[in-house]
Design a protein around this ligand. Structure first.
Ligand code: ADP
Ligand code: MG
Length: 353
């Protein structure tokens, strides 16, 4: 019974138009008075209307995944969770007073917690699919449907996390956004993490040099930049160590703040990627990591440095979310350069696909 009524509501909501926001809009909602009760109430009201639409679209992308993936238990579990959140939001009262808002934030937190492991669960589902249906063709449609799912997932998570984080004001931050996001500082932090991981796995790590506009800052979601740089650095570190063994050439991160973009190049001398392989690196399950490097993630104590095969594809989803992009170029036999572009403008708007 419940299932049927939810299905009907989903049909209504998935056809409604979502409202993509600009970085500036997300940021200014809470500027200056970001813990102010009125501001929080306004945000809660917007989210109460917008989030069910984004959840309905997210559930639709799940329904459009190929059956070999969608029918796996972890995938079904994710779908049931999304339906529950959609239902709870729809049947929660529209917040009209600060007291309502105080109740609504608890619902928002519960929903956030329910979906905290979506990425891991979906990664697990993908790994299961690979082992059970090794011969299933992973064509362009398959990758496109996963791109849509990942983008729709971000559309929910950005909105929800922004609202929740607004309750803890910090200078230069509104929610999860920071108008002093420093690519160099983030690169520095992530470089230390990637090097530590490399020492754990390989007993050694290449030097990571950060150069260019190291003083540049911009308005962005630092966690997104962190995520992307960590994936790119893990790849560069792994390629460097596996190609050289001893005497590791440095990895170079160059940051350039241009009029339109913050451009970041990560250059390694890790042997590059053959041209016949290069077009596959953004595929969701493509990896050259051997089994032991951590495909069975849940059983491992140590985080894997590679092996799930969706590091690059998911990073590109993050990069494109506000209109940026991610490319890889390679000189096979020498090294790889990853080019990350993020909008250097508060006017950049969510791309909801
Ligand atoms: N910097 C790089 N140098 C050489 N090969 C790379 C580099 N970055 C990515 N690759 C290739 O692309 C594949 C996919 O990368 P990714 O999506 O991060 O998944 P994973 O790291 O789990 O294999 C890697 O397995 C590797 O073969
Ligand atoms: Mg990787």
């Amino acid at each position: 019974m419940l299932k049927e009524s939810v299905a009907e509501e989903l049909r209504i909501y998935e056809s409604r138009r979502a409202t993509p926001l600009r970085l500036r809009e997300y940021f200014s909602i809470g500027d200056k008075h970001n813990s102010d009760a009125d501001t929080l109430l306004h945000s809660a009201q917007f989210i109460h209307t917008e989030l069910p639409i984004r959840f309905a679209r997210l559930i639709r992308t799940l329904n459009h995944l190929p059956k070999v993936l969608a029918d796996l238990a972890p995938c079904t579990q994710v779908r049931v969770g999304f339906m529950q959140s959609f239902h709870e939001l729809l049947h929660s009262p529209h917040p009209r007073t600060p007291k309502d808002e105080a109740a609504f934030i608890r619902l928002a937190e519960r929903i956030r917690d329910r979906h905290a492991n979506t990425m891991e669960t979906m990664g697990h589902a993908l790994a299961m699919m690979r082992s059970r249906h090794a011969h299933h063709p992973l064509d362009a449609d398959f990758h496109q449907s996963l791109d849509r799912f990942q983008t729709a997932r971000l559309a929910v998570s950005v909105l929800l996390n922004q609202y929740i984080a607004m309750h803890a004001p910090r200078s230069h931050w509104v929610g999860i956004m920071c108008d002093h996001t420093s690519p160099a500082a983030i690169a520095d932090e992530v470089a230390a993490q990637a090097a530590a991981l490399a020492r754990l796995h390989y007993g050694d790590a290449p030097k990571i040099i950060i150069e260019g506009d190291v003083m540049a800052t911009f308005l962005y979601i630092p966690a997104h930049l962190q995520h992307i740089l960590f994936e790119l650095l893990k790849n560069a570190v792994r390629a460097t160590v596996e190609t050289h063994g001893r005497k590791l050439p440095a990895i170079r991160i160059t940051i350039i703040a241009g009029g339109e973009d913050i451009s970041i190049r990560i250059a390694d001398e890790g042997g590059g990627i053959p041209r016949t392989v290069l077009h596959k690196v953004f595929d969701y399950l493509f990896t050259t990591a051997p089994e032991k490097e951590g495909r069975d993630l849940p059983e491992q104590d140590v985080d894997p440095i590679a092996g799930l095969g969706h590091g690059l594809s998911v990073s590109r989803i993050y990069a494109r979310y506000f209109g940026g992009d991610l490319h890889l170029e390679s000189l096979h036999g020498y090294g790889t350069e990853a080019f990350l572009y993020l909008p250097n403008s508060a006017e950049a708007r969510e791309v909801l696909l």
